[in-house]
Design a protein around this ligand. Sequence first.
Ligand SMILES: C[S@@+](CC[C@H](N)C(=O)[O-])C[C@H]1O[C@@H](n2cnc3c(N)ncnc32)[C@H](O)[C@@H]1O
Length: 326
Amino acid sequence: MTGGQLNQDGGRQAHAPVMLAEVLEALAPRDGGIYIDGTFGRGGYSRAILAAAATQVFGIDRDPEAASEAATLERDAGGRFDFRQGRFSDMEQLVPEHGGAIAGIALDLGLSSPQIDQAERGFSFRQDGPLDMRMERSGPSAADAVNGLPEKELADILWRYGEERRSRAVAAAIVAARREGPIETTGALADIVRSVVKPARDGIDPATRSFQGLRIYVNDELGELERGLAAAERMLAPRGRLAVVSFHSLEDRVVKRFLQAHSGRAPKASRHQPLAETERPPSFDLITRSARRPSERECQANPRARSARLRAAERSEAAAWPGDTA
Ligand SMILES: C[S@@+](CC[C@H](N)C(=O)[O-])C[C@H]1O[C@@H](n2cnc3c(N)ncnc32)[C@H](O)[C@@H]1O
């Protein structure tokens, strides 16, 4: 089957994959290439990679709910698409048959619109739902963290992953509230945060940062990203391409540092930089020197795209770096 025979949305309800044109430009899908869409979601990128050329695509998502959309695409794509449920950091185990031979890998980080919009997933402070936030629907939930962690640890999470300046006050308010009974809903948590964090002039809800911090913690999103980048480096063939779309500065910083270091562009004077790092042959060449942003047109059509940043790089011939230098 040629790429052109498959519509980008397969004729189904259109989603709004963020920076799709820019991601495709960075990946430059080619006939015969094998691609990994590490964050399948609703399959917007996978469909587009399948439509762009006679490619083979493996979709990965840690959310079991992605599986039904993926099953539809498996049917539509006539043997060119396979879904593997799991984490992108495990891509070597999930797609073992093509290790080191992948032509391109896309990561579109964070949450899909259905995850945000379904109150029962517990990600949203705009709608009341159970305090869950688990992409995988297993393991400890946000409620477990909020009701069980020591105050100091809660404050650290809100500070580090939420960049909440009032992290200590929020943690103290959580601990005071849970003495009265467990905090079980997103609405209850949002009200506790709002009781100690004043609304900002820009209109952003005071609960935004705390919810982000908890979500990143519950899903170990930054650890996943670091391990995922290192796995992608090992999976890509020489001249294979990596495209990563991130949605907040913590994620973007991880991607930027990884690509700068592995392309030989990291600032040299760092005391923390292992000496060997500067001597290692670069495993990537940068495609984007600085992060690309979505067009104003895309931001107007899809406000969720506003914070997106794309970084892309091409794998060199050099061996992948050992894991400790990511
Ligand atoms: C922004 S959405 C991707 C949307 C997708 N590009 C599309 O066009 O429909 C992010 C998806 O990645 C998944 N995800 C996030 N972190 C993951 C990880 N570490 N491993 C696998 N999937 C992950 C989420 O469950 C979510 O479905």
